[in-house]
Design a protein around this ligand. Structure first.
Ligand code: AMP
Ligand code: MG
Length: 357
């Protein structure tokens, strides 16, 4: 073989090796999961805590998952301190006892309030963050449940109206008698804040279970989607499995908190702001699948209020999320975007599954 041929073969080899090296480096830059896999430092850590009236479990994979989870947990606890309705030190407590005076709130509270007011507007008031006085009359805030009479409900509805909340900079003003409650969005919103911290700390794979609201970062560490059980609203079991990555899965249903009155009527904790009565529209549960927990949480509550037809109509108009609706009769309605990602458990094979298009 002459020298020239040898040289050119060597050059080709160099070029190929260089290209492979560059591709490898680029892959590691753009797929951090791959990077930590190569460095052999992908570790698992878990953190449990009780905050926002619920059990929270966070599982994260990355190079330093413990420290990231500690920080995320601190963020969740901070959020709870600001938004609790019962903690006298919270922004929401100060607002609910402000007697019409303006209250200066933290940046986080200002942000969540502007988000919830926007979603209230977007959902035509189905999400109603000022429903608290009515919720209290039903005893859902104290667990001393009772059925208020019609005139009591009518008079309390006078204090309900998200469009009368004044938000100017960091100053919030409620009319005397009005009260705020972030119960419908707080968990999803706080979940986003926790997820943001985990992402900033190079966590590429995580699952946050905030009282049944699930928020995921990336896929499972093996690269497969997360497999989430969809709770059966009629029993403690699982209806089916949803396979998703990098999404929030948030469910609302009256089965989560309800009481049974003396006459046997069941009353759930989600109130129809139009009537002041607990929602009873034929829906048993609404699950929203969307990239942000806050949006999932706001929509799950609002679409539960809207009912099957209203929710389907809202989805058709927006189409920027997916959902699963379960009726009291046990029929399941699922939007086309996640229809293939959901499989019913065998024992529920008789349930009617409709795909919304
Ligand atoms: P979720 O479990 O996210 O659906 O939130 C339900 C909680 O939101 C209830 O326990 C109440 O604190 C509050 N809530 C009830 N009805 C409404 C409503 N129509 N809009 C906003 N919040 C509500
Ligand atoms: Mg909600």
């Amino acid at each position: 073989m002459n020298d020239q041929l040898k040289m050119s073969r060597q050059r080709i080899l160099y070029v190929v090796l260089t290209v492979l090296l560059v591709c490898g480096i680029l892959a590691c830059i753009f797929f951090p999961q791959l990077r930590s896999l190569f460095s052999g430092r992908q570790q698992e850590a878990q953190k449990n805590l009780f905050a926002m009236d619920t059990y929270i479990t966070m599982t994260a994979y990355g190079t330093e998952p413990e420290a990231a989870l500690e920080e995320a947990a601190r963020r969740l606890t901070e959020a709870e301190k600001l938004w609790s309705v019962t903690d006298p030190g919270s922004d929401i407590y100060a607002l609910n006892h402000s007697h019409g005076q303006g209250v200066t709130v933290s940046e986080d509270t200002k942000d969540i309030l502007s988000f919830v007011l926007e979603m209230a507007e977007e959902t035509g008031g189905a999400l109603e963050p000022t429903i608290y006085p009515v919720l209290t009359a039903w005893g859902f805030t104290t667990e001393e449940n009772r059925v208020p009479n019609a005139s009591e409900i009518t008079s309390l509805l006078a204090y309900v109206g998200y469009d009368r909340v004044r938000l100017e900079g960091n100053t919030v003003t409620l009319e005397p008698g009005m009260m705020l409650d972030l119960g419908a969005v707080g968990k999803g919103y706080a979940g986003d804040l926790a997820a943001e911290i985990l992402r900033e700390r190079d966590i590429t794979s995580a699952l946050l279970d905030i009282g049944g609201n699930i928020q995921t970062i990336g896929s499972r560490p093996d690269g497969n989607p997360w497999r989430l059980g969809l709770r059966d609203p009629f029993s403690d079991g699982i209806l089916g499995v949803l396979e998703i990555s990098n999404m929030a899965v948030v469910t609302s249903g009256s089965y989560e908190r309800y009481f049974v009155a003396e006459d046997g009527t069941r009353y759930g904790h989600i109130i129809d702001p139009e009537t002041g009565y607990p929602v009873d529209n034929g829906l048993a549960a609404v699950t929203i699948v969307v990239d942000e927990g806050r949006v999932g949480d706001a929509l799950s509550t609002a679409l539960f209020v809207m009912g099957l037809e209203g929710a389907a109509e809202y989805w058709r108009q927006h189409q920027d999320f997916d959902m699963i609706l379960i009726t009291d009769e046990g029929a399941i309605y699922i939007t086309e975007g996640i229809a293939d990602a959901f499989s019913l458990n065998e024992e529920h094979g008789d349930m009617a599954l409709h795909v919304l298009q």
